[in-house]
Design a protein around this ligand. Structure first.
Ligand SMILES: Cc1ncc(COP(=O)(O)O)c(C=O)c1O
Length: 406
């Protein structure tokens, strides 16, 4: 089916507004993206008609809220082709998913001098939870280096495995460079060493089809708010066998089977990991966002964003004194760059005055900045509602930056 991406933009009410009096050009989709009307309406509908606590009430309202909430679990299972719906754990976002695995799986399975492998290009969310765990159990982090193009050094990766390697935790796509990592191959290699792999899918899931059985990953995490859904909701996918081997991450209501002061027994997977009242409206809204994406087709979204990436790469490369940071062969729609003699924050400020929202900074990936010996970069990142006119506006804005700072 041929999708007219131009008309889809009208589904996003926020995009109609101005920024500093200019039409808004939103190019910060890696940070979070805007929500289609159907998601906003679903949340409003939930609070207007269906609000009740889930899994507990015996009345119709609660049953309805529970049904809608659990429906999203099944939607996600199909969306990522998980084997079972109970392999889908609702969390607050990719960050909480990684913390959950580190604290539950890691603290149970890792011991002194064990090794956790991550890469130089990870977001802080896929660094700090492992550092915390390493401090707690006396384990060590091993860092997979990246090349000057911003790709994983696969030779170095293979050489980093030792008998002590207990986990590989790797981004599917980098938020700072846009690199899409060869995770299927990385998972295959890790499994030859009997090492499980956690994939941080925060920047990949909204931009391409993901099939967790085909990848054979052991854990996969992502956030709703980067995939056109509400904030405060995310998913941890885990293989049934691994989730079954893990103790609860937090204690509270809904995660127990029975409680006495002498002994508490825990609920089954996934409820064991979902203590307390969750963001019910958020989960339901996320289900609607996924239905919206499915209707467009993840293949179509990937193709559209690749066209934008190619167009933007060509246009930005033609700007004198602009350097793109991260030129991997396989990228999502993310372009990080620097302009000679102009600080990224100054670029961001000038672009903002022209209605253009981009990100300037270290993108929560300080080791990437260190690798390229930069304090910061400017990052433009694309979503399904962006078009070539947005990129043309960015180019005009950058020409204005150069004029001002000449
Ligand atoms: C690669 C990557 N991983 C993890 C995260 C954390 O996502 P969240 O803040 O939604 O938990 C981000 C957020 O930007 C990211 O880009």
């Amino acid at each position: 089916m041929k999708i007219d991406f131009k008309t889809l933009r009208a589904d996003f009410p926020l995009l109609k507004q101005t920024n500093r009096g200019k039409p808004l050009v939103y190019l910060d989709n890696s940070a979070t993206n805007q929500k289609p009307r159907c998601v906003i309406d679903a949340i409003s509908h939930y609070y207007t008609h269906d609000n009740a606590n889930i899994h507990r009430g015996v009345y119709e309202l609660s049953e309805r809220a529970t049904r809608e909430y659990e429906k999203t679990r099944v939607t996600i299972k199909s969306f990522i082709n998980a084997k079972h719906a109970h392999e889908i754990v609702f969390v607050r976002g990719a960050t909480e998913g990684i913390n959950l695995v580190a604290q539950s799986y890691g603290r149970t399975h890792f011991k002194v001098l064990d090794e956790i492998m991550i890469s130089t290009m990870e977001h802080h969310s896929n660094i700090v939870p492992w550092q915390m765990l390493a401090d707690q159990v006396g384990a060590n982090l091993r860092i997979i280096p990246i090349t000057d193009d911003g790709e994983i050094d696969m030779d170095a990766y293979q050489k980093l495995f030792t008998e002590r390697t207990k986990m590989v935790a790797i981004a599917h796509a980098s938020n700072a460079l846009g690199t899409v990592n060869p995770i299927k191959e990385m998972i295959r290699i890790a499994h030859t060493h009997d090492v499980p792999v956690l994939v941080d899918g925060a920047q990949a899931f909204p931009h391409m089809p993901v099939d967790v059985q085909d990848l054979d990953c052991d854990f996969y995490v992502f956030s709703s708010h980067k995939a056109y859904g509400p904030t405060g909701i995310g998913v941890l996918y885990g293989k049934e066998k691994l989730l079954e081997s893990m103790p609860p991450y937090q204690g509270g209501g809904d995660m127990i089977e029975s409680v006495t002061f002498a002994k508490t027994t825990y609920n089954k997977v996934p409820f064991r990991f979902e203590a307390g009242t969750p963001d019910i409206a958020g989960v339901i809204g996320f289900g609607v966002a996924l239905a919206y994406l499915k209707n467009i087709g993840m293949d179509n979204i990937a193709a559209h964003e690749q066209e934008l990436l190619n167009y933007a790469t060509q246009k930005l490369s033609a700007i004198p004194e602009l350097k793109i940071i991260g030129v991997a062969k396989n990228k999502v729609g993310v372009i990080s760059f620097v302009l000679k003699d102009v600080h990224p924050h100054d670029i961001g400020t000038v672009l903002d005055a022209h209605g253009i929202a981009i990100r300037a900074g270290h993108h929560c990936a300080m080791p990437v900045m260190e690798r390229f010996q930069l304090p910061a970069t400017v990052r433009a990142s694309f979503g399904l509602y962006n078009n070539t006119a947005d990129i043309d506006a960015l180019v005009t804005g950058l020409q204005e930056v150069q004029r001002i700072f000449k």
